[in-house]
Design a binder for this molecule. Structure first.
Ligand SMILES: NC(=O)c1ccc[n+]([C@@H]2O[C@H](COP(=O)([O-])OP(=O)(O)OC[C@H]3O[C@@H](n4cnc5c(N)ncnc54)[C@H](O)[C@@H]3O)[C@@H](O)[C@H]2O)c1
Length: 254
């Protein structure tokens, strides 16, 4: 009764091939959920009875609708959606390139809207409620230099989380966001490289700077984020909706 047992539940995780998404997939599987991994990357994971890998781009409505049908055909239902796919671009505000802005908003914000819309419709038809978990960022609450497109896209995700929570509440579909801080993934390593070039600093110096901003004295791991996602996917969070939860080692407190 008091275990995070998700057996019988079906989860879809976007961007589940790498980084935070991969840790979420592993944690869901450990909790006995069946998982569909949706990613633009070609399949790197062994597919078995409880794991389905679908190559799809979250910005393409037709691919997402096809993906949802494939998950229902295979597993029969969808109970949990984790909108995790995301990208980041870096530049000074005055230099932001239109294509970087568009791509960032498309993947990070429109992708959440498209996947949530397609899957919320199925959850409503199923009539058993559901859990939608959006991986936003502390960049959805604060401004960060060099990250104009990303910060705007993550503010959009938190705003959409609140609207979805309101509109889906009567169907017992909980919608919450998780706001990671600084997490060691290939996205973060690339940001340090790009940020280093723009600021004339070594990537290691930026890592030291990152650590110095975290009250708990370390950067995050993908697993730190996955644990909170599992809580939000479970019955232990049934009375929570419309929240944007910081998992930042104390770096953001509002
Ligand atoms: N790493 C951090 O410090 C950090 C901090 C806050 C929030 N986040 C957020 O966490 C999420 C995961 O980030 P990460 O650090 O694991 O990044 P990552 O680059 O390691 O992984 C992102 C995954 O998303 C996939 N993806 C990208 N575009 C896609 C698309 N159009 N359709 C489907 N899949 C796509 C990639 O192929 C990749 O597998 C993102 O939303 C990111 O913004 C990360």
């Amino acid at each position: 009764m008091f275990t995070m047992d998700l057996s019988g539940q079906v989860a879809v995780v976007t961007g589940g091939a790498n980084g935070i998404g991969k840790a979420i997939v592993d944690a869901l599987r450990y909790s006995k959920a069946k998982v569909a991994v949706v990613d633009v990357h070609p399949n790197q994971q062994k597919t078995d009875n409880d794991l389905l890998y679908i190559q799809a781009d979250v910005t393409q409505k037709s691919e997402i609708n096809k993906m949802v049908d494939q998950v229902i055909d295979t597993f029969g239902r969808i109970d949990i959606l984790v909108n995790n796919a995301g990208i980041s671009t870096m530049d000074y505000f005055v230099d932001i390139r239109e294509e970087d802005w568009d791509k960032t908003m498309d993947v990070n914000a429109k992708g959440v809207q498209l996947c949530s819309q397609a899957i919320a419709k199925k959850m409503k038809q199923q009539g058993d409620g559901g859990k939608i978990i959006n991986i936003a960022s502390q960049a959805g609450k604060n401004g960060y230099r060099l990250m104009g497109s990303y910060v705007a896209s993550k503010h959009a995700v938190i705003g959409l989380t609140k609207v979805m929570a309101l509109e889906l509440a009567s169907d017992q579909i909980n919608v919450n966001a998780v706001c990671p801080g600084i997490v060691e993934t290939s996205m973060k390593h690339r940001e340090r490289e790009l940020g280093g070039k723009l600021r004339n600093l070594d990537g290691n110096a930026i890592k030291e700077e990152d650590i110095s901003q975290v009250p708990l004295g370390r950067t995050g791991t993908p697993e730190d984020i996955a644990y909170v996602v599992i809580f939000l996917a479970s019955k232990f969070s049934n009375y929570m909706t419309g929240q944007a939860i910081n998992v930042t080692g104390g770096m953001t407190m509002h």
